[in-house]
Write a protein that binds this ligand. Sequence first.
Ligand SMILES: [Zn+2]
Ligand SMILES: [Zn+2]
Length: 493
Amino acid sequence: MEYEYYHQQFLIAKPCLATQIPPEIFISICKDLPPTDLLSLARVCKKFYGYLCSTNSLTTQEIWRNSRMTFLPFVQLPPPEGMTELQYVKLVSERGCQFCGKSRIRKIYWPFLVRSCKKCLEERTIRMDQVRNQIFSQDSTVPDDILCGLTFTTGLYKSGCDKSPKIQPSSLYWIQDVHEVYNEFNKLNVKERKEWIEQNREKGRRKMEQNLIRGEKNEYGFPRFKMSVVEKCMTYNKAIVSPSTNPFTKRAWIGFRNKLIPEYMQIAAMLRSKRQEIERRMEVDVAIQTRQMDIVKMIFTLLRPEMERQQENHVQSVANNNMEKSSNSSSNYNSIVRMNSIFESSMIKFLPWCPSFRNPPFTNQDPRNLWDDDFLMSTLIPQLREEVECLKNNPAPLTTLCGAFLHGGLNNKRIYKCKLCSRHSNKTPFYSFFEVRLHLTRSNHKVRMIDDEMIQVFPFLDNASTSQIIPRNKTDLFFAAGFNCNLICKLLY
Ligand SMILES: [Zn+2]
Ligand SMILES: [Zn+2]
């Protein structure tokens, strides 16, 4: 009683109960909120604002990221370079021009990362020929290449003094960017300028490629182009090696794209029919595993920019640290660490446990038939997304293989037994999840397709030891995560 009284006093003395919530609880509340609610919550008080708007907290990033992935199905790509999750969510989910406040504006200009009305965009952007006349007018020695590293958009642009009858598509640059880059350039000596331009050219190419992948999405929210196909197109290859026809900066993006598309379609169709011809002769179980990996690959196309960024950060950190000698084994280890974090942060981890992944609807009931990409994007992957949500929200009991692996944190504990061995002997060893799977495929069982019925789980085992065997390459990693890819290892590379 005394305690209760004291407790009540304590509550009354404090102005707001909400602000007393400890960070852990706050985070778990935020887990289930859509971005708009999070934005409102950030406006409640200083403390919440601090939790939700911190720019250097990983937890903050995670909260926004979760919310975005769950509630904004068409914004699955990670935020562009240099943008926090919060800025990204605000950009895509708020409405109105960021500059003049004009309401109902939704158009986002991705190269500039702004949501703007037409008028404000025009005031803040400039055409290439205008750059030369207006900004570089004092200095005819400035090369056009100076703008290589900048992003641009292609617009049908007509300024007040433009008398030309035709309105031509033209590259538009952000005026502020042009000024900044010009100032930077002016500080350099002749030799430095040459190097600087080279670097900028490369930077520009990568930026435009990112925009190509990011900006062009099909109706299902997936990238319109597969880079693996784009890289096979002559149009693309010619363009990136020739400095004189660098389409990523000088020529209008639209022109390049129009040339690329027919070639892209042709090559994509050719690759597909070649592949179908080969795979028609596959054994059924090999074909099933191949189809399952097609699903995984398609989902990875959504994650690709994120993986590339991680790769880049890694290269950067190696470059920054001269002491670090990047041997083969350590860089391999790092790639596994990166892959692991992709598994953890995406739906990939849950896939092997989804009914529609285990028994997918094959074209004409035959796994040897390729799926239409459209079917994957419009039907199967959305279905899998729902099943993943279901698995997340209704964790399976620990006594099941799925529960122990996904939710019990028990995948690395030796609590699994091979049921095939148990049939003949009472004294069979305990394995980790990865180990028991290796045992099934590599021992004299020679299992081709592992299923749950072959593995027994003992989740409450006392003193279960921890496995020392860890996946060392990409195939092992998928296999350890429960993917049946043992028959198609080579296809994974
Ligand atoms: Zn405006
Ligand atoms: Zn066995």
